[in-house]
Design a protein around this ligand. Structure first.
Ligand code: DGL
Length: 268
């Protein structure tokens, strides 16, 4: 049995890296639904449908003990429907508004996410519950999602800074002291954002919270990794080329495309 992760692309990989440090003997199965990328342009109905199909496939073929929706956009729109439909425990990645409200001194928090997440009613609820006293500045970064998916993983520091220039300019005018990375793809830009925004702005993300939640939900303790432990697997649903390199780089066996199975529905 394994822990499965679903994202539209590379965004969930930093979450797997963090989870590996908490659960060293576990097998991780990663699905990059890159045929549907970007999730930020998709309707809630589409997101529920596509993530449900992948979930069905994962349950039928891998029996994961936990499924991590390693994408804020999909978590915000599809989690309630997934939890209603499937018995497997889900961990969502939702914008880290609560931790941000705990660290802000000025009460001015920025959130950088996809346009769907930024406009989501679920985000309003998070703010109402955890950050009522705070002012929340919302910024959509769809171009940055595209950048990270297409070249961000292996882009140079200079290229990442160039991609971030406009966003940093906009954030710098908002007098925030805390920034929430509300899209998993943006973890790949965190180091450059920190350097460009300076020490006055604290950047928070949900990797540790998600890893701790997985530990809580994974009911049996993992076995120490040995020679016979199954390898971590990475699957895609579309274009495969860059994912072969990515799999090697992140310690997965690249398994190919799920697309035909997923398109045909459950149990195939
Ligand atoms: N990584 C996803 C998120 O956290 C979305 C990226 C996309 O638009 O596909 O929201």
């Amino acid at each position: 049995m394994s822990i499965a992760f679903i994202d539209s692309g590379v965004g969930g990989l930093p979450y797997v890296l963090t989870a590996r440090t908490y659960l060293s003997g576990e097998q991780f199965i990663y699905v990059a639904d890159n045929a549907s990328f970007p999730y930020g342009d998709r309707t809630p109905e589409f997101l529920i449908d596509t993530v449900s199909r992948i979930t069905e496939h994962l349950i039928a073929h891998h029996r994961p003990r936990v499924i991590v929706i390693a994408c804020n956009t999909a978590s915000v729109f599809a989690l309630p429907a997934l939890r209603e439909r499937f018995d497997v425990p889900f961990v969502g990645t939702v914008p880290a508004i609560k931790p941000a409200a705990e660290v802000t001194r000025s009460g001015r928090i920025g959130i950088l996410a996809t346009s769907r997440t930024v406009g989501a009613a679920y985000l309003d609820q998070l703010v109402d519950v955890h950050a009522t006293e705070c002012v929340i500045e919302r910024l959509a970064g769809s171009d940055l999602v595209e950048f990270v998916e297409s070249q961000g993983l292996f882009a140079s520091d200079q290229e990442k800074r160039a991609a971030l220039r406009d966003t940093v300019e906009r954030l710098s005018t908002q007098s925030i002291d805390t920034l929430v990375l509300g899209c998993t793809h943006f973890i790949f830009l965190k180091e450059q954002l920190e350097a460009m925004l300076g020490p006055e702005i604290t950047i928070v993300d949900s990797r540790d919270g998600v890893a701790r939640r997985i530990v809580t939900l994974a009911s049996q303790p993992p076995q120490p990794k040995g020679v016979d432990s199954p390898e971590d697997q990475l699957w895609t649903t579309g274009e495969t080329e860059q994912y072969e390199t990515i799999s090697r780089h992140y310690g997965f066996r690249y398994m190919g495309s799920l697309s035909r199975d997923v398109n045909r529905g459950a149990g195939v």
